[in-house]
Design a protein around this ligand. Structure first.
Ligand code: SF4
Length: 225
C-alpha cells in the first residue's frame, strides 16, 4: 500500500540530457513508472512492463539534493499519471533546480507549475497513438517549452508539418507571443536522419532536428542513460 507521499519510480540516474534543446548538459533523471500509451517504437517498455520501486518523496528529493547539478528531468513512462509528481515538481523548484518535464502529450498540463520547462510529445500516426493527443495542451505551452515529434517516415513528417501550420505554430503567427520550440526526431532504423534533414532544409521551416544524443554516446544501452 502506498503512503500519501510516495512515487512509483522506474529509475534514478545521472547522465547527459539527450533529447531536447538542453541536450548535452549533465542532468539528474527521475524516471517514473507507468505509461498510459503503447507507442510502436517505445524504447522504455520496462517503465510499464515492470512495476518499479515505491519510494518516499523525501528519498527521491534526497537523490537530487546529494548533487549540485542544477538540471533535473522528470520523465517516464508518463510522469503525470502519478498524483505525487506535483509535490515533487514544487519541491524541486523550491530547491532552485531547473526542472524539465517530459510528457507524452495525452495528459492535461493545467496543474504543472509555471517555472517547469515542459517537453511535450505530439504522437504522430506512425506511433499508433495519434488519437491520444490532447491538443488543448498546445495553448498552455510558452516559449520556454518544447514540442517534440518523433517521426517514422515521410507520412509522419507531412502530418506533423500540417498540424503545426493548422495551429499557427510553425511558421508562428505574427501575433503569437509565446511559441514553444519545435523539435523533430527520427525513429531508427525506420527514418534516416539525413532524409529528415533534407526535408527540413527543403521546406525552410524553423524546426530543430533532434538526434538522440545518449544513443550515440552509449549505443544499445537503454537504462540509466
Ligand atoms: S509515451 Fe513514451 S514511455 Fe509511453 S509508450 Fe510511448 S514512447 Fe513508451
Amino acid at each position: 500500500m502506498k503512503s500519501n507521499h510516495s512515487l512509483q519510480v522506474s529509475e534514478l540516474f545521472y547522465s547527459i540530457q539527450g533529447e531536447s534543446s538542453y541536450a548535452g548538459y549533465p542532468c539528474l533523471f527521475i524516471r517514473l513508472a507507468g505509461c498510459n500509451l503503447r507507442c510502436s517504437y517505445c524504447d522504455a517498455r520496462y517503465t510499464y512492463e515492470e512495476a518499479g520501486q515505491e519510494m518516499a518523496l523525501a528519498e527521491v528529493l534526497a537523490f537530487v539534493q546529494a548533487s549540485p547539478v542544477p538540471l533535473v528531468e522528470i520523465t517516464g513512462g508518463e510522469p503525470l499519471l502519478q498524483e505525487n509528481v506535483y509535490p515533487l515538481l514544487a519541491a524541486l523548484i523550491k530547491d532552485d533546480r531547473l526542472v524539465l518535464l517530459e510528457t507524452n502529450g495525452s495528459m492535461d498540463l493545467a496543474r504543472v507549475p509555471a517555472p517547469v520547462v515542459i517537453i511535450m510529445d505530439i504522437k504522430c500516426p506512425g506511433s499508433g497513438m495519434a488519437e491520444k493527443n490532447l491538443l488543448a495542451n498546445l495553448a498552455r505551452l510558452t516559449s520556454k517549452d518544447e514540442l517534440k515529434f518523433v517521426l517514422r517516415g515521410r507520412e509522419d513528417y507531412l502530418w506533423a508539418v500540417d498540424l503545426l501550420k493548422e495551429n499557427m505554430l510553425c511558421p508562428p503567427s505574427p501575433a503569437a507571443k509565446e511559441v514553444p520550440k519545435i523539435l523533430f526526431s527520427a525513429v531508427a532504423p525506420d527514418l534516416a536522419p539525413a532524409d529528415l534533414a533534407s526535408w527540413l532544409l527543403a521546406d525552410q521551416l524553423p524546426i530543430r532536428l533532434q538526434l538522440q544524443l545518449h544513443t550515440q554516446i552509449w549505443p544499445g544501452q537503454y537504462r540509466g542513460v
